[in-house]
Design a protein around this ligand. Structure first.
Ligand code: ATP
Ligand code: MG
Length: 419
């Protein structure tokens, strides 16, 4: 993509009304636009990142048997009444609306009840189980605090998967597989080294759940990490009983601030009992389906990556989720430079390498370098009179302080090696 064609522009000034680093950098670099507190639009660069994150999640969910759907954001009151979750006293983040004839509707906070109701049309017998169904879908939550940028929104996309099993034993097998899939997701997105599987409260559904918590000083949660074992405990369930049941020693735990990037829950039969999702066993006995739910916020994950991997100049994207692999900077309007840069852009894109080509002619070298650092694409390639005189292109990783001149072949070698 040619940067001269991109409708977004970087901003020199930080937004006045943002306290979070992720929103500040993402707005300055042109990835997102703030509509109001906790509500953000995704712009071309931001959408490229979020789609890459979604694809990583999709691949891992498909690998454990997930089937993708899209449920609706508008939900009926009657969907939520059987589990007593319609009242604002029970669920305090509702956005509600009405049809013209005064029928009450809710804007999806989550989808456990809706999907359970839908699955009653498809699950009747033990032969229909197990099933794993997921979506990327917008949730609306009237969150009291919305000061964490895209990490805590009032409107956001969630990947939510629901598992439907015959019994707890079958459920546990999938639950363990989902843990591995989640570990792969956070590793592939570049925050695996900072993310701990964390013992947490099960909320209204079960005694315990597991959260995936990424260590960052801006996190809203407090966790105790046992780095030897690579696991953690959320402060909300931290007590001697829990410590004894994970085999964790009290003196080995270190307190950290962290953000929940994902969670997995055993729901049991709470929803299937309430909404009548039953199946017939081989012997003709009727039993409730045993369920689980598994959430990740791709936007929160993106915000977390920005929080933990940026520096004072801007964002540092891991290659797996970067909007482009290469930021090609053309410096100066010299005829050979323009020709060299255009040629390189064409050759790289023909090879299927994703390039953002800064072909703007009205910007200084300093402004282009500052933009490249702010936007945070992993490889910066400069074409200038000097680089051509030195025999090629100046190549620098976003994480390096100085570049190196390379020929086209050397550059291709670097970009095609997996790192
Ligand atoms: P939290 O305790 O942080 O509010 P939650 O327990 O409400 O999260 P779930 O409702 O289970 O989380 O949502 C599943 C996932 O969706 C979370 O792990 C997180 O990644 C993401 N998520 C939850 N709330 C938000 C939000 N307000 N904005 C962006 N992403 C969110
Ligand atoms: Mg919440």
């Amino acid at each position: 993509m040619k940067q001269s064609q991109l409708f977004t522009k970087t901003k020199k000034e930080s937004p006045a009304d943002e306290v979070s680093l992720n929103a500040e950098l993402l707005i300055k670099a042109g990835f997102i636009n703030k509509e109001m507190a906790g509500v953000y639009s995704y712009l071309p660069l931001g959408l490229l990142v979020v789609k890459k994150i979604e694809n990583i999640i999709r691949e891992e969910m498909d690998a454990i048997g997930g089937q993708e759907v899209t449920l609706t954001a508008l939900q009926e009151k009657s969907t939520w009444e059987p589990t007593d979750q319609w009242s604002d006293d029970k669920v305090d983040v509702w956005f509600k609306t009405k049809l013209k004839n005064d029928t009450e509707l809710g804007l999806a906070v989550t989808h456990e009840a809706a999907i359970t109701k839908m699955m009653t049309s498809f699950i009747q017998s033990y032969r229909d189980l197990p099933k794993y169904v997921y979506q990327f879908q917008t949730k609306f939550r009237n969150e009291a605090r919305a000061k964490s940028g895209i990490m805590r929104c009032r409107e956001f996309v969630m990947k939510d998967l629901y598992s439907f099993c015959k019994d707890e034993e079958e459920h546990n097998l999938f639950y363990e597989k989902s843990k591995e899939a989640y570990k792969n997701i956070f590793k592939r997105a570049g925050i695996g080294h900072l993310t701990y599987i964390t013992f947490a409260s099960g909320g209204m559904f079960s005694k315990f759940s597991h959260e995936f918590q990424t260590i960052t000083s801006t996190g809203e949660d407090t966790i105790y990490v046992d780095s030897d074992k690579g696991i953690a405990i959320n402060k909300e369930v931290y007590n001697d009983e829990v410590l004894t049941s994970l085999g964790i020693k009290k003196e080995g735990l270190v307190e950290n601030k962290a953000v929940e990037v994902g969670n997995i829950f055993t729901l049991g039969t709470r929803f299937s009992d309430a909404l009548g999702l039953k199946y017939k066993t081989e012997t003709g006995e009727e039993k409730p389906v045993f369920m689980g739910s598994y959430g990740i916020g791709p936007g929160r994950l993106m915000g977390t990556v920005v929080e933990v991997l940026s520096d004072d100049k801007g964002i540092i994207w891991p290659e797996s989720i970067a909007p482009f692999k290469v930021h090609l900077l053309m410096l100066g309007g010299d005829e050979n430079v323009v020709k060299g840069a255009e040629e390189l852009y064409n050759k790289l894109t023909q090879k299927g390498i994703e390039v953002l080509f800064d072909d703007r002619t009205d910007m200084s070298a300093g402004e282009k370098f500052a933009d490249a650092d702010l936007i945070g694409i992993p490889h910066r390639v400069v074409v200038s009179k000097r680089s051509l005189a030195d025999g090629g292109f100046e190549v620098k990783k976003r994480t390096e302080t100085s570049g190196k001149v390379m020929s086209f072949e050397e550059l291709i070698g670097l970009l095609e090696t997996k790192n």
